[in-house]
Design a protein around this ligand. Structure first.
Ligand code: FCB
Length: 404
């Protein structure tokens, strides 16, 4: 793919970054924060010769306090959009009891974004749940749906005057697989029945939340962030194509199909390529890899965008990025990914925005603080944000609405 010539993006294209509450805000008490300190988790980390304290989100990047520092980073990049999440446990610490001071802090933050010409995309659920919702059975229990809708109604009513874009759920398939099939994230289950119950409850929650958010304001644009993997069938062999079709359905499309009538846009999170050749994951010789060993395959996003065309909805790339502490590959990766996004747009895919993961370094779930995804480095002692060289590279694209 030749990314050397100048590539202009459509007018009003949203150039953003993405983050989530639990990964940057700090000071949260929810099912994740408790799990990070649980006996089972601590034991597991010690057995792997790791220090449990390095895997506790704690103050994270202190973003709930450092709003202005984060906005300064966005301005330095010239962003016109920002995707972030609110934390349910912060807003509704006890069932039905809302913390209006927390809501006011979010509102104030959003107003500052708007004043800076930055369009907010608000995610309502980016994985953790309040302890009381966990105790109801978490997402495995249908009892969580009504409280989730109550939280949705309260939050959307509170912030609606300043927000046009709402994302109900982040990566429901990743969460459900990691938490209920693979057993690596809380509540660490390995149970197919539980997995199906969770998926079912998330689908119901999304559909009903959609109606609530639309009733509050018919102009609201609503979607989810879907983590899609580019399954590439090697050599066009029938068996590989067949396996690919199954994987596309199971991983990329099943959830989106179930909510197809209740979404105004599609949020695409892109991180992975998977070569299919009489089985899955048949390639491990990527030219470039992230610090987490994730093979970098920028062309994959082109094929995924083309596949999403069938939904006939605007697409926002709501996450894409890499752990790269030394900033060796980030600029290259952004450039190649965007060249592929541009190619999809040129072929008619309605891509309306790109959100890089991430604005700043953050707490990477079960991997702790080691992976560095930020365009800005965070010093976890002082909470100072420092631009990596790729921040300048991305800023140039955002400011000119063009690559090259
Ligand atoms: C995505 C998650 C996000 C972040 C990135 C690296 O799957 O949505 O929170 O952890 O991966």
């Amino acid at each position: 793919m030749n990314a050397d010539k100048q590539l202009n993006f459509p007018p009003q294209f949203l150039w953003g970054c993405a983050t989530s509450a639990h990964q940057i805000e700090g000071g949260l008490t929810n099912d994740w924060s408790e799990w990070e300190k649980s006996e089972r988790r601590v034991k597991h980390l010690r057995q792997a010769n790791l220090k449990p304290e390095d895997f506790v989100s704690g103050l994270a990047a202190n973003s709930f306090v450092e709003q202005n520092a984060d906005i300064a980073c966005m301005k330095q990049l010239g962003l016109n959009a920002y995707r972030f999440s609110v934390d349910w446990s912060r807003i509704e610490p006890q069932p039905g009891i809302f913390d209006e001071t927390a809501l006011d802090t979010y509102l104030e933050f959003i107003k500052k974004l708007r004043a800076g010409g930055i369009e907010p995309l608000v995610t309502l659920w980016h994985w953790p749940v309040p302890l009381w919702a966990r105790d109801l059975g978490g997402w495995q229990s249908a009892k969580i749906i009504e409280p989730f809708l109550r939280f949705t109604a309260k939050t959307v009513n509170y912030l609606n005057a300043e927000v046009n874009f709402w994302m109900t759920l982040n990566e429901p398939t990743v969460y459900t697989s990691q938490s209920y099939l693979a057993g690596v994230w809380p509540p660490q289950k390995k149970n197919l029945l539980a997995y199906y119950q969770v998926i079912g409850n998330l689908i119901t929650a999304h559909r009903q939340a959609y109606d609530i958010i639309k009733t509050i304001d018919a102009n609201n644009q609503i979607g989810i962030a879907s983590h899609n993997i580019y399954f590439e069938a090697r050599g066009n062999k029938l068996i590989n194509r067949w396996l690919k079709a199954g994987a596309d359905w199971w991983w990329n499309e099943r959830f989106l199909n179930k909510i197809a009538a209740k979404q105004d846009f599609i949020g695409l999170n892109y991180y992975f390529h998977n070569l299919v050749h009489y089985g899955f994951n048949r390639r491990c010789d990527y030219d470039k890899c992230s610090d987490m060993g994730w093979g970098l395959h920028p062309e994959g996003i082109y094929y995924l965008l083309k596949d999403l065309q069938k939904y006939d909805k605007p697409v926002y790339i709501t996450e894409n990025g890499l752990a790269d502490k030394g900033d060796q590959h980030r600029s290259w990766y952004i450039k190649e990914v965007l060249a592929n996004v541009h190619r999809a747009i040129a072929e008619g895919v309605a891509v309306k925005g790109y959100f890089h993961w991430s604005l700043i370094d953050n707490f990477e779930w079960s991997h702790g603080f080691e992976p560095r995804f930020g365009l800005f480095e965070v010093d976890y002692q002082t909470f100072e944000r420092r631009a990596r060289p790729s921040a300048e590279f991305y800023a140039d694209i955002c400011r000119h609405n063009r690559l090259g």
